[in-house]
Design a protein around this ligand. Sequence first.
Ligand code: GUN
Ligand code: ZN
Length: 433
Amino acid sequence: MTRTVLRGRVLSFYRAPEGIEDTESHLYLEDGAVLIEDGLVAAVGDYADIGESGAVVIDHRPHLILPGFIDLHLHYVQSQITAAYAGSLLEWLNTYTFVEEQKFSRQGHAEAVAADFYDALIRHGTTTAVAYCSSHPRSVDAFFAEAQRRNMLMVGGKVMMDRNAPEALCDTAQSGYDDSKALIARWHGRGRALYAISPRFAITSSPAQMEASRALVAEHPEAYVQTHLSENDAEIAYSMELYPDSADYTGIYEDYGLLGRKTLLGHCIHLSHREAGVLAETGAVAVFCPTSNLFLGSGLFDRQRLLGRGVRMGIATDIGGGTSFSMLRTLDEGYKVLQLRGQRLDPLASFHMATRGNAEALGLEGTIGSIAPGRAADLVVLDARATPTMRLRMATVESLPEELFLLQTLGDDRAVAEVYVAGARVKSTLAGL
Ligand code: GUN
Ligand code: ZN
């Protein structure tokens, strides 16, 4: 049995904080220790109590040890088109995205991009992500095979899209169903892999494909479901032209039985009162994608309103509509979006969201997203003095929330000192990884 102790300041959430003073919401240890045995957290506590357990000690002081970040929505096949000069969503999709995703039909391309994609996740401290692959099954095989090599808990699926896109990217209702079914059988529950049934959005899925999605969801309650909802005004208008009998955009997915506690809905910016109510009732998760929503000019997510309606929520980068792999950058942009809404996102709430909150959105809070006995040792070590500008500000920081706020406002991959996946050190500024 391999036993390692990480020494440092430890932060892990028990639940969503109810304000910046809510010290009961989390565990914080000034001189803490995380005992890792065979890839799992075996114990967490004061170093004085569990440091001398005969295990190898890695000293990360004065850095902060947190659960690894969880990214609830991104497109690994768009890794090479972040920062594409586009206007709004539909233009961006047609000009860059649908062109880029066609490359994944080529032998070897998906494998090469997957390797770079996981390198980027690790560099930024993200240890679990929920990803869209392209419509080609081989892109899913490459995605999960690379995750397996790295022992990472990843969720993903083949995009289903059978219209309003280039021919070379389109499947059919039947082939999308057959391919998804085969991929679920091949990957879901294999190692740490989990499958997400992924009809892209209403515009690119015909009613026949929506029916096929309904069948997949009914036949595979163990799988997640992911799609896009209410991101952009033109998208909403076109969706309603294509599905005139549905009450609203959310109603389209509701009509096809796609909404439930395992459903992740990217964006959810322009929801009506009825739509928010449907999300709350079904337990579907609204995923806030701040860098993408700003970059594509899609609009300002209304967190307070959805919170008030009891809608489950998470946060994500949405690479490549999003502009950074970094969950720190994402939290910062999320803060600024909410500022424009006159809402405050306190740093405890934002770090909760990027760790335990996103784990709860996946129903995986018993496995990832916090540091507690029995949880996977998927961890990130953050250095709030990583850059000269951060060091300058740290000189006046006096509390943990201030430090977290500094990390999210000024931090990026340079602030990610170390990353552990299932107890293995995969990034280290100390060990030269
Ligand atoms: N809606 C449908 N497909 C996409 C996509 O790839 N990115 C974003 N941001 N929105 C979408
Ligand atoms: Zn997306």
